[in-house]
Design a binder for this molecule. Structure first.
Ligand code: FES
Length: 139
């Protein structure tokens, strides 16, 4: 496949992941990068999203995970989707109950703390509020 055709065929999750990474990363000079969380203020309908314990969604640069059944803020965690090492999109691993970066293997607790390098900075944690079945994520 020619380069132009290949680039034209990339859509969906790849584009979303790149958008998250590019929005969260900034080059600071030389070969060093910093990755920070984006500003967030959005709603999630809990009637159709995050309906089971362990489920997660990615929205607006934030990964949200349901950790318990009750529809209360303490049942959820919301952290920046971009790894603080070099900005790769992290994944929530339900079996290990932690976030894992597939790039270099950094891991983070559900509170965003680094549990394994090479990342050295914690993930940004967002505030979750719930009214009825509407979750609001801010930060
Ligand atoms: S980008 Fe996540 S560990 Fe390197």
């Amino acid at each position: 496949m020619k380069r132009r055709a290949f680039l034209g065929s990339i859509t969906g999750p790849v584009v979303a992941a790149c958008a998250v990474c590019m929005g969260a990363c900034s080059k600071t000079g030389g070969d060093s990068f910093t990755s920070g969380g984006v500003a967030a203020n959005f709603n999630v309908d809990l009637l159709t999203n995050l309906t089971t314990v362990g489920s997660s969604i990615l929205q607006s640069g934030v990964v949200i995970v349901r950790l318990a059944a009750a529809n209360v803020p303490a049942s959820f965690t919301a952290v920046q989707a971009a790894c603080t090492h070099q900005g790769t999109l992290i994944n929530y691993n339900q079996a290990a109950n932690k976030f894992i970066c597939p790039n270099h293997g950094a891991t983070f607790s559900t509170t965003g703390a680094v549990t394994q390098g090479p990342a050295t900075n914690a993930l940004k944690v967002y505030t979750v509020a719930i009214s009825g079945l509407i979750m609001t994520v801010t930060g």
